[in-house]
Design a protein around this ligand. Structure first.
Ligand code: PMP
Length: 424
């Protein structure tokens, strides 16, 4: 079977042939690949072609594909049951690990995806404050919960989906959207609506308009203004948790949110999300408090043991310096290749996540991210794919590195990227 043949079958059975939109490669054209195997830093498609993987399942695989410790934990647990629907000891171990890494998180609730985490955190913020407005930033993506799809990044940005079909206006109108990194706009919004704002939700490092870093003082301003108006500050760390440092972006930038949304690396490749924060707020969650939220598979032992194995490996080996070093080498190498070819570019990076934008402008919000030459990105993506390098099939996403990427892998990736760029 070829990728094309299988994808033709898939399209008849599933909308767009996929289970999640950006996988259809619509923004970059050409046939999507269908994956059959991942090991370490590599992924293979159905035709047996091998790629150096910088997509890394959109972020969870910080230890690479099928890390032996994670696989062993899953094999052992599978023999003892996949799900109990009753509390298991692994939930307590993982909760302790999460809480030990993030001082702002005193209690945690496990869910099965990042979307569930943000949706539940918003409900909790509204329940806790008794207010209805929420503030989000243009180009940030927080999952596909109705009120959070307004001006969202990731697939919504990639496909240029206008507005929010399926989301009633009454709900969309409760979301105030502001430009990322714009403190003046934030102050204005609070002066106008502050008493009715339940929370501000933000990606403390944005990954869903491509990688965009917070400017100095932006996260601090969010902290101050939400405190001043008794609104809650929610950090959506679904991408950044355990990725940009052991304690996430809140540790890296020394700003403590009231609530934190988690996912991706937390589950090491299994469906897992979580939200947590100050005890006083988390005690409002059912059954301790009145804000309802539940899940049949929440806290299921397979996701728990994958999370425990992933976090234990990270906390014991502390690979963050190594990840920083190889990611820097990759970025410098790409920059040199593009410069030699005379291609204008800006590379945004923090720790082991990065995005290459095809613009000579600084990229600090969604508007500047959109100044990238999307046609050139599509050519770049396809040339890389042909040469055996897989990156996210959209400009508005982040590339991820893992501990499985060796220095030789980076060298080999740069060779392949150089060949690819010579063809575009
Ligand atoms: N928040 C952020 C910051 C994300 O990047 C994502 C997914 N890319 C989500 C939430 C939603 O997570 P999930 O896809 O697991 O529902």
């Amino acid at each position: 079977m070829t990728n094309r043949e299988l994808f033709e079958r898939a399209k008849k059975l599933m909308p767009g042939g996929v289970s999640s939109p950006v996988r259809a490669f619509k923004a970059v054209g050409g046939e999507p690949i269908i994956a059959t195997k991942g090991e370490g830093s590599r992924i293979w498609d159905v035709e047996g072609k091998e790629y150096i993987d910088f997509l890394m399942s959109w972020g969870p695989l910080i230890l690479g594909h099928s890390h032996p410790r994670v696989v062993r934990a899953l094999e052992e647990q599978a023999k003892k049951g996949l799900s109990y629907g009753i509390t298991n000891p692994h939930e307590i171990t993982l909760a302790e690990l999460v809480i030990s890494a993030m001082p702002s998180v005193e209690m945690v609730r496990f869910v099965s995806s990042g979307t569930e985490a943000t949706m539940s955190a918003i409900r909790l913020a509204r329940g806790y404050t008794g207010r209805k407005y929420i503030v989000k930033f243009e180009g940030c993506y927080h999952g596909h919960y109705d009120g959070l799809l307004v001006s969202a990044g990731s697939g919504v940005a990639t496909l240029g989906i206008p507005g929010t079909p399926g989301v009633p206006e009454e709900i969309a109108n409760l979301t105030i959207v502001l430009p990322y990194n714009d403190v003046d706009a934030l102050k204005e919004a609070f002066e106008r609506y502050g008493q009715d704002i339940a929370c501000v939700i933000v990606e403390p490092v944005a990954g869903n308009m491509g990688t965009v870093l917070p400017k100095d003082g932006f996260l601090q301003a969010l902290r101050e203004i939400t405190r001043q108006y008794s609104s809650l500050l929610i950090f959506d760390e679904v991408i950044t948790n355990f990725r940009v440092s052991k304690g996430g972006a809140q540790e890296l930038y020394s700003v403590e949110p009231d609530l934190t949304c988690m996912g991706k690396v937390l589950g090491g490749g299994m469906p897992l999300g979580a939200y947590g924060g100050k005890r006083e707020i988390m005690e409002k969650v059912a059954p301790e408090g009145p804000v309802y939220q539940a899940g049949t598979l929440s806290g299921n032992p397979m996701a728990m043991v994958a999370g425990i194995a992933t976090l234990s490996e990270l906390f014991e080996k502390n690979p963050y310096e190594y990840l920083d070093e190889i990611t820097q080498t990759l970025c410098e190498g790409i920059s040199k290749i593009l410069k030699d070819k005379g291609i204008p570019h800006t590379i945004n990076r923090v720790a082991s996540m990065l995005t290459v934008f095809f613009t000579d402008q600084e990229v600090y919000d969604y508007r500047t991210a959109k100044s990238s030459d999307l046609g050139l990105f599509a050519k770049f993506f396809r040339a890389l794919l042909k040469e055996g390098v897989l990156i996210p099939p959209s400009q508005f996403e982040a590339w991820f590195l893992s501990t499985a990427h060796t220095k030789e892998d980076i060298e080999e990736a740069l060779n392949r990227i150089e060949r690819a760029v010579s063809l575009i």
